[in-house]
Design a protein around this ligand. Structure first.
Ligand SMILES: Nc1ncnc2c1ncn2[C@@H]1O[C@H](COP(=O)(O)OP(=O)(O)OP(=O)(O)O)[C@@H](O)[C@H]1O
Length: 290
Protein backbone atom coordinates (compact mmCIF):
# COMPACT_ATOMS: atom_id res chain seq x y z
CA UNK A 1 0.00 0.00 0.00
CA UNK A 2 1.68 3.24 -1.16
CA UNK A 3 1.53 6.21 1.18
CA UNK A 4 1.91 9.81 0.09
CA UNK A 5 2.02 12.91 2.25
CA UNK A 6 1.47 16.03 0.16
CA UNK A 7 2.03 19.45 1.69
CA UNK A 8 0.74 17.98 4.93
CA UNK A 9 0.32 20.68 7.57
CA UNK A 10 -1.13 20.37 11.01
CA UNK A 11 -1.88 22.67 13.94
CA UNK A 12 -3.02 21.63 17.40
CA UNK A 13 -5.91 23.69 18.83
CA UNK A 14 -6.25 25.83 15.67
CA UNK A 15 -7.88 29.23 16.02
CA UNK A 16 -7.36 29.30 19.79
CA UNK A 17 -4.74 31.16 21.84
CA UNK A 18 -3.09 27.72 22.31
CA UNK A 19 -2.65 27.09 18.59
CA UNK A 20 0.56 25.19 17.92
CA UNK A 21 1.68 24.44 14.37
CA UNK A 22 3.37 21.07 14.40
CA UNK A 23 3.76 20.21 10.68
CA UNK A 24 4.58 22.48 7.74
CA UNK A 25 4.10 21.31 4.13
CA UNK A 26 5.49 17.82 4.66
CA UNK A 27 6.02 15.87 1.44
CA UNK A 28 6.95 12.22 1.80
CA UNK A 29 6.34 9.18 -0.40
CA UNK A 30 6.53 5.71 1.18
CA UNK A 31 6.51 2.87 -1.33
CA UNK A 32 4.45 -0.24 -0.70
CA UNK A 33 6.54 -2.97 0.92
CA UNK A 34 9.33 -0.62 2.04
CA UNK A 35 10.76 -0.09 5.53
CA UNK A 36 10.73 3.62 6.25
CA UNK A 37 12.30 5.17 9.33
CA UNK A 38 11.30 8.64 10.51
CA UNK A 39 13.89 10.25 12.76
CA UNK A 40 14.23 13.69 14.28
CA UNK A 41 15.00 15.53 17.45
CA UNK A 42 12.36 15.71 20.15
CA UNK A 43 9.40 17.93 19.19
CA UNK A 44 10.20 17.71 15.45
CA UNK A 45 6.76 16.33 14.54
CA UNK A 46 7.30 12.56 14.31
CA UNK A 47 4.37 11.59 16.55
CA UNK A 48 2.10 14.07 14.79
CA UNK A 49 2.88 12.39 11.45
CA UNK A 50 2.39 8.99 13.01
CA UNK A 51 -1.09 9.91 14.18
CA UNK A 52 -2.01 10.99 10.63
CA UNK A 53 -0.94 7.60 9.31
CA UNK A 54 -3.95 5.88 10.77
CA UNK A 55 -6.22 8.90 10.74
CA UNK A 56 -6.16 9.60 14.47
CA UNK A 57 -5.47 13.15 13.29
CA UNK A 58 -6.68 14.81 10.09
CA UNK A 59 -4.56 17.36 8.21
CA UNK A 60 -5.18 21.05 8.81
CA UNK A 61 -4.06 21.54 5.19
CA UNK A 62 -2.63 19.30 2.48
CA UNK A 63 -3.35 15.60 2.34
CA UNK A 64 -2.24 12.12 3.18
CA UNK A 65 -2.99 9.30 0.77
CA UNK A 66 -3.04 5.73 2.04
CA UNK A 67 -3.54 3.26 -0.79
CA UNK A 68 -6.48 4.66 -2.74
CA UNK A 69 -7.88 6.68 0.20
CA UNK A 70 -7.07 10.35 0.48
CA UNK A 71 -7.46 12.06 3.85
CA UNK A 72 -7.91 15.80 3.91
CA UNK A 73 -9.28 18.23 6.51
CA UNK A 74 -12.88 17.65 5.42
CA UNK A 75 -12.87 13.84 5.51
CA UNK A 76 -15.81 12.33 7.41
CA UNK A 77 -15.15 10.14 10.46
CA UNK A 78 -16.97 7.11 8.97
CA UNK A 79 -14.64 7.13 5.93
CA UNK A 80 -11.62 6.81 8.21
CA UNK A 81 -12.58 3.42 9.68
CA UNK A 82 -11.25 1.28 6.80
CA UNK A 83 -7.94 3.15 7.02
CA UNK A 84 -7.63 2.41 10.73
CA UNK A 85 -8.11 -1.27 9.95
CA UNK A 86 -5.40 -1.31 7.30
CA UNK A 87 -2.79 0.63 9.27
CA UNK A 88 -1.76 -0.96 12.57
CA UNK A 89 0.09 1.14 15.12
CA UNK A 90 2.33 -0.33 17.78
CA UNK A 91 2.66 2.47 20.30
CA UNK A 92 5.31 2.72 23.02
CA UNK A 93 4.41 0.27 25.77
CA UNK A 94 1.61 -1.39 23.71
CA UNK A 95 1.02 -3.81 26.59
CA UNK A 96 -0.66 -0.95 28.47
CA UNK A 97 -3.57 -1.45 26.09
CA UNK A 98 -4.15 -5.08 27.05
CA UNK A 99 -7.34 -5.43 29.04
CA UNK A 100 -9.05 -8.82 28.52
CA UNK A 101 -8.91 -11.71 31.02
CA UNK A 102 -7.09 -14.02 28.64
CA UNK A 103 -4.52 -13.58 25.91
CA UNK A 104 -6.91 -15.26 23.45
CA UNK A 105 -9.71 -12.80 24.16
CA UNK A 106 -7.34 -9.89 23.80
CA UNK A 107 -6.05 -11.01 20.40
CA UNK A 108 -9.50 -11.76 18.95
CA UNK A 109 -11.08 -8.55 20.28
CA UNK A 110 -10.06 -6.38 17.30
CA UNK A 111 -11.01 -8.79 14.48
CA UNK A 112 -14.37 -9.66 16.13
CA UNK A 113 -15.10 -5.98 16.48
CA UNK A 114 -14.67 -5.76 12.71
CA UNK A 115 -17.05 -8.68 12.11
CA UNK A 116 -14.65 -11.64 11.81
CA UNK A 117 -16.44 -14.85 13.03
CA UNK A 118 -15.18 -16.07 16.44
CA UNK A 119 -13.88 -19.45 15.17
CA UNK A 120 -11.87 -17.77 12.41
CA UNK A 121 -10.50 -15.15 14.84
CA UNK A 122 -9.46 -17.90 17.28
CA UNK A 123 -7.69 -19.84 14.54
CA UNK A 124 -5.81 -16.69 13.62
CA UNK A 125 -4.88 -16.05 17.26
CA UNK A 126 -3.35 -19.54 17.51
CA UNK A 127 -1.14 -18.83 14.46
CA UNK A 128 -0.23 -15.37 15.68
CA UNK A 129 1.04 -16.33 19.14
CA UNK A 130 3.44 -18.73 17.45
CA UNK A 131 4.44 -16.09 14.94
CA UNK A 132 5.39 -13.67 17.72
CA UNK A 133 7.42 -16.39 19.44
CA UNK A 134 5.10 -17.50 22.27
CA UNK A 135 3.85 -21.03 23.09
CA UNK A 136 0.19 -21.75 22.26
CA UNK A 137 -0.50 -22.48 25.96
CA UNK A 138 -0.19 -18.76 26.63
CA UNK A 139 -3.59 -18.18 24.99
CA UNK A 140 -5.48 -19.30 28.09
CA UNK A 141 -3.38 -17.24 30.50
CA UNK A 142 -4.13 -13.80 31.80
CA UNK A 143 -1.93 -11.30 29.92
CA UNK A 144 -1.13 -9.78 33.30
CA UNK A 145 0.61 -12.99 34.47
CA UNK A 146 3.18 -12.71 31.67
CA UNK A 147 6.57 -11.00 31.65
CA UNK A 148 6.90 -7.51 30.14
CA UNK A 149 8.47 -8.88 26.96
CA UNK A 150 5.75 -11.55 26.58
CA UNK A 151 3.00 -8.97 27.14
CA UNK A 152 4.50 -6.85 24.42
CA UNK A 153 4.43 -9.83 22.04
CA UNK A 154 0.76 -10.40 22.86
CA UNK A 155 -0.01 -6.75 22.13
CA UNK A 156 1.85 -7.05 18.81
CA UNK A 157 -0.18 -10.19 17.96
CA UNK A 158 -3.32 -8.12 18.65
CA UNK A 159 -2.22 -5.49 16.12
CA UNK A 160 -1.32 -8.18 13.55
CA UNK A 161 -4.70 -9.88 14.05
CA UNK A 162 -6.25 -6.96 12.18
CA UNK A 163 -4.18 -8.02 9.13
CA UNK A 164 -2.80 -4.55 8.50
CA UNK A 165 -1.14 -3.72 5.17
CA UNK A 166 0.98 -1.13 6.92
CA UNK A 167 2.48 -1.29 10.38
CA UNK A 168 3.64 1.82 12.19
CA UNK A 169 6.09 1.37 15.05
CA UNK A 170 6.42 4.16 17.60
CA UNK A 171 9.57 3.35 19.59
CA UNK A 172 8.23 -0.21 19.97
CA UNK A 173 11.10 -1.40 22.16
CA UNK A 174 10.85 1.32 24.83
CA UNK A 175 11.63 -0.08 28.28
CA UNK A 176 13.01 -3.44 27.08
CA UNK A 177 16.55 -4.68 27.83
CA UNK A 178 19.02 -4.82 24.89
CA UNK A 179 18.27 -8.48 24.16
CA UNK A 180 14.48 -7.92 24.24
CA UNK A 181 14.91 -4.86 22.02
CA UNK A 182 16.80 -6.81 19.39
CA UNK A 183 14.33 -9.71 19.48
CA UNK A 184 11.34 -7.42 18.93
CA UNK A 185 13.05 -5.39 16.21
CA UNK A 186 14.15 -8.60 14.46
CA UNK A 187 10.59 -9.91 14.70
CA UNK A 188 9.23 -6.82 12.92
CA UNK A 189 11.96 -7.10 10.32
CA UNK A 190 11.03 -10.73 9.61
CA UNK A 191 7.36 -9.77 9.32
CA UNK A 192 8.30 -6.99 6.95
CA UNK A 193 10.32 -9.38 4.79
CA UNK A 194 8.05 -12.44 4.88
CA UNK A 195 4.74 -10.62 4.47
CA UNK A 196 5.99 -7.69 2.44
CA UNK A 197 4.51 -5.53 5.18
CA UNK A 198 5.07 -1.82 4.67
CA UNK A 199 6.78 -0.80 7.90
CA UNK A 200 7.20 2.71 9.27
CA UNK A 201 9.45 3.11 12.28
CA UNK A 202 9.45 6.29 14.36
CA UNK A 203 12.57 6.20 16.48
CA UNK A 204 15.29 8.03 18.36
CA UNK A 205 17.62 5.09 17.75
CA UNK A 206 19.98 5.83 14.87
CA UNK A 207 21.26 2.25 15.24
CA UNK A 208 17.79 0.82 14.52
CA UNK A 209 17.20 3.21 11.62
CA UNK A 210 20.57 2.22 10.11
CA UNK A 211 20.08 -1.50 10.67
CA UNK A 212 16.50 -2.05 9.54
CA UNK A 213 15.25 0.76 7.29
CA UNK A 214 15.70 1.01 3.57
CA UNK A 215 14.64 4.67 3.53
CA UNK A 216 14.99 7.38 6.20
CA UNK A 217 13.20 10.72 6.51
CA UNK A 218 14.51 13.41 8.84
CA UNK A 219 12.03 15.69 10.56
CA UNK A 220 13.20 19.05 11.92
CA UNK A 221 10.94 21.67 13.48
CA UNK A 222 7.85 20.31 11.74
CA UNK A 223 9.43 19.96 8.31
CA UNK A 224 10.71 16.94 6.43
CA UNK A 225 14.20 18.22 5.65
CA UNK A 226 15.99 15.20 4.21
CA UNK A 227 15.19 11.77 2.78
CA UNK A 228 17.47 9.03 1.53
CA UNK A 229 18.86 5.57 2.10
CA UNK A 230 20.59 4.95 5.46
CA UNK A 231 23.97 5.07 3.72
CA UNK A 232 23.17 8.43 2.12
CA UNK A 233 21.77 9.89 5.34
CA UNK A 234 24.53 8.67 7.65
CA UNK A 235 27.39 9.63 5.30
CA UNK A 236 26.93 13.28 6.20
CA UNK A 237 27.75 13.67 9.90
CA UNK A 238 27.79 17.46 9.67
CA UNK A 239 24.30 17.85 8.19
CA UNK A 240 22.92 15.46 10.79
CA UNK A 241 24.48 17.41 13.62
CA UNK A 242 22.79 20.57 12.27
CA UNK A 243 19.53 18.74 12.95
CA UNK A 244 20.83 17.72 16.39
CA UNK A 245 21.14 14.07 15.35
CA UNK A 246 24.02 11.64 15.75
CA UNK A 247 25.24 8.91 13.44
CA UNK A 248 25.34 5.33 14.78
CA UNK A 249 28.34 4.66 17.07
CA UNK A 250 29.92 2.25 14.61
CA UNK A 251 30.20 5.03 12.01
CA UNK A 252 31.98 7.30 14.52
CA UNK A 253 34.29 4.42 15.33
CA UNK A 254 35.05 3.75 11.67
CA UNK A 255 35.72 7.46 10.99
CA UNK A 256 38.03 7.77 14.02
CA UNK A 257 39.94 4.68 12.97
CA UNK A 258 40.34 6.03 9.44
CA UNK A 259 41.59 9.35 10.79
CA UNK A 260 44.16 7.74 13.07
CA UNK A 261 45.37 5.28 10.45
CA UNK A 262 45.35 7.87 7.66
CA UNK A 263 43.39 5.82 5.12
CA UNK A 264 39.78 5.05 4.13
CA UNK A 265 38.03 1.70 4.24
CA UNK A 266 36.31 0.67 1.01
CA UNK A 267 32.82 1.47 2.35
CA UNK A 268 30.85 3.06 5.18
CA UNK A 269 29.46 0.34 7.46
CA UNK A 270 26.06 0.83 9.08
CA UNK A 271 26.21 -2.01 11.62
CA UNK A 272 28.84 -3.79 13.75
CA UNK A 273 28.32 -7.00 11.74
CA UNK A 274 28.91 -5.19 8.46
CA UNK A 275 32.05 -3.59 9.89
CA UNK A 276 33.39 -6.92 11.22
CA UNK A 277 32.86 -8.63 7.89
CA UNK A 278 34.45 -5.75 5.95
CA UNK A 279 37.53 -5.86 8.25
CA UNK A 280 37.91 -9.60 7.83
CA UNK A 281 37.67 -9.31 4.00
CA UNK A 282 40.11 -6.42 4.05
CA UNK A 283 42.62 -8.38 6.17
CA UNK A 284 42.27 -11.40 3.89
CA UNK A 285 43.06 -9.23 0.88
CA UNK A 286 46.16 -7.82 2.62
CA UNK A 287 47.30 -11.37 3.50
CA UNK A 288 46.87 -12.48 -0.10
CA UNK A 289 49.03 -9.58 -1.26
CA UNK A 290 51.95 -10.62 1.02
N1 LIG B 1 -1.56 17.63 22.01
C1 LIG B 1 -0.76 18.65 21.70
N2 LIG B 1 -1.16 19.93 21.87
C2 LIG B 1 -0.37 20.96 21.55
N3 LIG B 1 0.88 20.83 21.02
C3 LIG B 1 1.32 19.60 20.82
C4 LIG B 1 0.54 18.44 21.16
N4 LIG B 1 1.28 17.32 20.83
C5 LIG B 1 2.44 17.78 20.34
N5 LIG B 1 2.48 19.13 20.33
C6 LIG B 1 3.58 19.97 19.84
O1 LIG B 1 3.76 19.71 18.45
C7 LIG B 1 5.16 19.68 18.11
C8 LIG B 1 5.51 18.32 17.50
O2 LIG B 1 5.33 17.35 18.52
P1 LIG B 1 5.50 15.78 18.27
O3 LIG B 1 5.03 15.10 19.51
O4 LIG B 1 4.87 15.42 16.98
O5 LIG B 1 7.10 15.65 18.13
P2 LIG B 1 8.01 14.35 18.21
O6 LIG B 1 9.06 14.52 17.16
O7 LIG B 1 7.18 13.14 18.14
O8 LIG B 1 8.66 14.48 19.66
P3 LIG B 1 9.21 13.32 20.62
O9 LIG B 1 10.42 12.75 19.94
O10 LIG B 1 9.55 14.05 21.87
O11 LIG B 1 8.10 12.32 20.80
C9 LIG B 1 5.92 19.97 19.41
O12 LIG B 1 6.23 21.35 19.42
C10 LIG B 1 4.93 19.64 20.49
O13 LIG B 1 5.14 20.43 21.65
Amino acid sequence: MDIKLQKLSFAYAPGTPFEKRALFDVDLAIASGSYQAIIGHTGSGKSTILQHLNALLKPTAGSIQIGDKVITAGKKEKDLRPIRQKVGIVFQFPEHQLFEETVLKDIIFGPMNFGVPEEEAMEKARDLVKLVGLPEAVLEKSPFDLSGGQMRRVAIAGVLAMEPDVIVLDEPTAGLDPRGRKEIMDLFYQLHQKRNLTTILVTHSMEDAARYADQIAIMHEGRCVLTGTPREIFSDIETLSNYRLEVPQIIHFQKQLEQKAGFSFPKLCLTEEEFASMISEWLQERRNQL
